[in-house]
Design a protein around this ligand. Structure first.
Ligand code: NAD
Length: 359
């Protein structure tokens, strides 16, 4: 779009509860328009398992073109366990987009919102406010669609490159520095398995090189197994963590559970030029169509999108709008909202209504 406060957003609602959580996020952004100078044009496009059933493709070329032209991409969730390619893997355009648009930094914040129950004893008092950065274009996922399976064995190859690792660590150190400037610890831990695999020793070596450029950021190096144990014992000790794709896939689901559940966790897949914003969760076929989906992660992903647009285009009001959404969400949970997801009675409509009215 032309004016620098007007943004064209590609909307890929996807499958299952994807469209159910996307509608509230769009309503929240429409509300933001009434309170700010920001303007949005939303263009919806198909992607996912249902599109595959209808057309034989995970997404049409027109969806990719739209994503290329838009200022940012909002994605619900894609895939259904019952819909598979002939090799028995699932339809996953959300992963294809990361490769197509070189979205190497998967940013997965986990902040325990006051009033939301955490399964970790003491978290209500100590708080949880950390970020997992999941490399999103290589690692074990570089093998997606390329694994070799015979009757006797199956092989998948992990790839870690210097170019992507350097950009990933630069991004991670910058994020740690930004958090430090906002009063958070601003520490960065490299999480790997460098005690066993040469590829991870290589990954850690590049981390050490990049760390020298950022002496103000406190660094740590952890093995993923020990890190996982520490996360469920003392999550408040963590600030920013950076790791390979498969490790990040798993660890970010753990951290989402620490803050109430998958429905609470936002995420962003960020590259040098493009970015996709989507909740951490999948399409939740077990609850789809029942009005039970928690849209908080999707709404907070929209807030992350505004923060990214603000940074990219120098539009201060977009950053303010992102903060307004976050504080509206904080307000409704402090007031006692309790999603069905963690034992309460509030479904998608209640949560949406509450956030809209807090805004
Ligand atoms: N980014 C994505 O698009 C993405 C991510 C993960 C899984 N998937 C796909 O989603 C499908 C289901 O996968 P899964 O069951 O492993 O993971 P899932 O995240 O869809 O669901 C796991 C559990 O969490 C619950 N849950 C998830 N989101 C919720 C929400 N917003 N509100 C309330 N409860 C919620 C579900 O009901 C389920 O019990 C699969 O086809 C998978 O491939 C897609």
């Amino acid at each position: 779009m032309s004016a620098n406060n007007a943004f064209h957003i590609a909307v890929l609602a996807g499958d299952g509860i994807g469209p159910e959580v996307m509608t509230p996020a769009i309503e929240v952004l429409r509300k933001i328009e009434t309170k700010s100078d920001l303007r949005f044009r939303f263009t919806e496009a198909p992607a996912g398992a249902n599109n595959y059933l209808a057309t034989g493709k995970s997404m049409p070329d027109s969806t990719i073109k739209l994503c290329e032209e838009a200022d940012a991409i909002l994605l619900g969730a894609c895939g259904l366990p019952s819909v598979r390619y002939p090799d028995n893997t699932e339809i996953a355009p959300q992963i294809e987009l990361r490769f197509i648009f070189d979205l190497y930094a998967g940013v997965r914040p986990a902040r325990l919102i006051p009033g939301v129950p955490s399964p970790i004893v003491g978290a209500d008092k100590r708080g949880i406010d950390l970020v997992v950065i999941r490399e999103s274009t290589e690692g074990l996922f570089a093998s997606m669609g390329k694994g070799v399976v015979t009757h006797e064995d199956a092989r998948e190859t992990m790839v870690i490159t210097r170019r992507t690792s350097e950009r990933l660590f630069d991004f991670s150190f910058r994020l740690a520095e930004r958090r430090k400037a906002r009063g958070k610890p601003g520490a960065l831990a490299c999480v790997d398995k460098a005690n066993v695999f040469k590829a991870f020793a290589f990954f850690r070596g590049i981390f050490d090189e990049i760390a020298k450029k950022h002496p103000d950021v406190k660094t740590d190096r952890l093995y993923v197994d020990a890190c996982s144990a520490m996360l469920v014992k003392r999550p408040w000790d963590f600030d920013v963590m950076v790791m390979e794709n498969m490790f990040g896939d798993i660890v970010s689901d753990i951290t989402a559970s620490l803050i109430g559940g998958l429905g609470m966790a936002p995420s962003a897949d960020i590259g040098d030029k493009y970015a996709v914003f989507q909740p951490c969760h999948g399409t939740a076929p077990d609850i789809m169509g029942q009005g039970k989906a928690n849209p908080t992660g999707m709404i907070l992903s929209a807030a992350m999108m505004l923060d990214w647009l603000a940074d990219k285009h120098g539009v201060e009001s977009a950053a303010e709008a992102g903060e307004q959404i976050e504080s509206a969400v904080d307000q409704v949970y402090a007031a006692g909202l309790k999603p069905i997801e963690f034992g309460g009675t509030n479904g998608t409509a209640d949560i949406t209504r509450a956030v809209l009215s807090a805004l």
